[in-house]
Design a protein around this ligand. Structure first.
Ligand SMILES: Cc1cc2nc3c(=O)[nH]c(=O)nc-3n(C[C@H](O)[C@H](O)[C@H](O)COP(=O)(O)OP(=O)(O)OC[C@H]3O[C@@H](n4cnc5c(N)ncnc54)[C@H](O)[C@@H]3O)c2cc1C
Ligand code: SF4
Length: 287
């Protein structure tokens, strides 16, 4: 039987208290929501936090509001997300992704917050301590090489969450982005002298960030969703010694004026986004 390592359980009642506990204990502490992933990982010694900050007492982290915009409390269970009638009707991809996670008992206990923050893994890592010791571990924990790609200096386990890709896709706010821009980015990254490509968006952010390598910490301390996002990212990548190339600027759709611009480009055939064009035509027809 695998046993949990010793730890102290803290049960804050507010998000502020939880954040303070996590900040005070730094790397010695971890948050736990449903525990469906964290506890097995602790039993396998992938994590050995000395303090667990339980999120169950945070009343503000529960609930689903779906009136116009969708707001999912981090502690909403995957079952609640999958079964919510409005989420199923208006955001079916999110409901479906949540419904695909593992099995009913896990979805009843596992939360959407935990699913979005779930630790990445591959088959070499998702094993007991004993198993991992037998193959000499990997660089994600206790070892030095990536067993999937031994020549690599980064871990290639990128995402193990069913809902994260849907959230990212729904947030994709540059419909009509010319394929040539993506090809240009890939071409640059395939060359010898570029480590990172930024596709600037005219709102201070970017519609694309392509990295050949991502040094630890390179995407920390960036003022996300602000006018400084691109400048901060560029400065951080420069600081980490990456050779950055910026490609053509494009726009994303945040405001009505952006939508009108996109709509006009679609009508003139200057952008291709057939589903968006159909949806806009339906909206116009409904007015
Ligand atoms: C047998 C098995 C099968 C699984 N199958 C799938 C699957 O098919 N698809 C899939 O996507 N996942 C799967 N998982 C992973 C996991 O169970 C789910 O992703 C689940 O949604 C995690 O939610 P949780 O609330 O239990 O998270 P926890 O286990 O409590 O936490 C997971 C991680 O997220 C962090 N965390 C949790 N909540 C927050 C928060 N609010 N803010 C910041 N950090 C937070 C924790 O510190 C921890 O690092 C599986 C796990 C197991 C053990
Ligand atoms: S370092 Fe390699 S072997 Fe280890 S988890 Fe990442 S991808 Fe898997």
């Amino acid at each position: 039987m695998l046993r949990l390592p010793p730890f102290r359980y803290a049960a804050p009642a507010t998000a502020n208290d939880a954040a303070r506990l996590l900040a005070d204990h730094g790397p010695d502490a971890m948050a736990v929501a449903g525990g469906t992933d964290l506890y097995p990982n602790m039993k396998r010694r992938q994590f050995t936090p000395r303090v667990l900050v339980g999120l169950r007492g945070l009343a503000e982290a529960y609930g689903i509001q779906a009136n116009g915009a969708l707001s999912l409390g981090a502690m909403a269970t995957l079952t609640e997300v999958a079964d919510h009638p409005v989420v199923r009707g208006r955001w079916p991809a999110i409901a479906r992704a949540a419904s695909l996670v593992s099995s009913p008992p896990l979805r009843n206990a596992g939360t959407i917050g935990g699913n979005l923050c779930v630790d990445t893994r591959c088959n070499y890592y998702n094993q007991t301590e004993f198993w991992r010791a037998a193959i000499g571990y990997c660089m994600k924990k206790d070892g030095h090489v990536c067993l999937v790609a031994p020549g690599s200096d980064v871990c290639w386990a990128l995402s193990s969450s069913d809902t994260a890709p849907v959230m990212i896709a729904l947030g994709a706010d540059s419909p009509g982005l010319p394929l040539a821009y993506l090809e240009r980015a890939i071409g640059a990254l395939e060359g010898e002298d570029v480590d990172a490509v930024i596709g600037p968006a005219d709102d201070g952010g970017y519609y694309l960030l392509g990295l050949r390598v991502c040094p630890r910490g390179a995407l920390r301390e960036i003022a996300w969703s602000t006018l400084r996002t691109r400048a901060d990212t560029r400065a951080s990548l420069d600081r980490h010694g990456l050779r950055v190339q910026e490609i053509d600027a494009f726009f994303d759709v945040d405001e009505i004026a952006d939508l009108e611009l996109l709509s006009a480009m679609l009508d003139r055939g200057e952008a291709r986004a057939p589903k968006t064009a159909r949806a806009l035509a339906e909206l116009r027809g409904a007015r």
